[in-house]
Design a protein around this ligand. Structure first.
Ligand SMILES: [Zn+2]
Length: 254
């Protein structure tokens, strides 16, 4: 589309438009590892969260605007440097809109956005330098607590292992659902504990070869389910557990 002549910026007022095919665009995406670089966001911009399909959800944003009249555009950075890597950051649509809002210009000065970009790229660089010896294999277990089924998200696991252990999580099941799901068990049934134990044992048997062959050297277990506490079975229920048939088919979670 051709911009009408009267709307074209005067020469000297703007850097040229940044074409999507410009190699610097790819470099911005790569350095940001596909995540929004706004502090505390860091939304992943290469997959739609709802559909789980590949997508391109972000934009390359200018720290100092391409145009002199744009956001932070009166910065002394020469026009010919405004389309260079150091002046470009990856942003989700929400944060791109926010930092490009002229009314919020004072809240997002050049030095702050440069800091966001710099800190994000440092983190990516540090994280991607971690080798396989910094991995921890993750097992998640969930079951009903009273009537609620808790969730343990991938992000919660990542935060916990990185912050507490300085380890990168490896999800054993390679899928988003919980690896061990006890939510389908009848929680008031006396067989709950027997069946739950069998399901857990089966998972342990499944990963045992990897443990023995040292393919897994560190394991992190996240478990949120009933424990032997206030729901402690009565003596009659314990007897029923002991008497329950060992051939009873385990009830699988969904
Ligand atoms: Zn964002």
């Amino acid at each position: 589309m051709t911009v009408p002549k009267h709307r074209q910026p005067k020469k000297g007022d703007s850097a040229p438009e940044l074409a999507a095919s410009n190699p610097v665009v790819l470099e911005v995406w790569a350095r940001a590892a596909g995540r929004c670089q706004f502090f505390g966001c860091p939304e992943y911009l290469l997959k739609d969260n709802v559909t789980d399909l590949a997508a391109k959800l972000g934009d390359v944003a200018h720290i100092v605007a391409r145009k002199r009249k744009g956001p932070r555009g009166n910065d002394p950075l020469p026009l010919e440097k405004r389309n260079e890597l150091e002046n470009l950051m990856l942003a989700c649509p929400n944060h791109h809109k926010r930092i490009d809002n002229k009314r919020l210009e004072a809240r997002y000065p050049v030095h702050l956005l440069r800091q966001y970009k710099h800190d994000h790229e440092e983190r990516i660089f540090a994280l991607t330098s971690l080798g396989p010896d910094c991995e921890t294999a993750v097992i998640r277990l969930v079951g009903k607590i009273r009537e609620d089924v808790p969730t343990i998200s991938d992000q919660e696991v990542r935060t916990a292992t990185l912050e507490s252990l300085h380890r990168v999580p490896r999800f054993l099941a390679g899928k988003r659902t919980e690896e061990i799901n006890l939510a389908g068990l009848p929680s008031r049934s006396a067989s709950y504990w027997t069946v739950a134990r069998e399901i857990i044992s089966e998972e342990i048997r499944r990963i045992k070869p990897d443990l023995e062959q040292k393919k897994i050297t560190h394991l992190s277990i996240f478990a949120l389910a009933r424990i032997w506490g206030e729901d402690k079975p009565t003596a009659a229920q314990r007897e029923a557990v002991e008497a329950s048939s060992p051939r009873e088919e385990p009830v699988r979670g969904e």
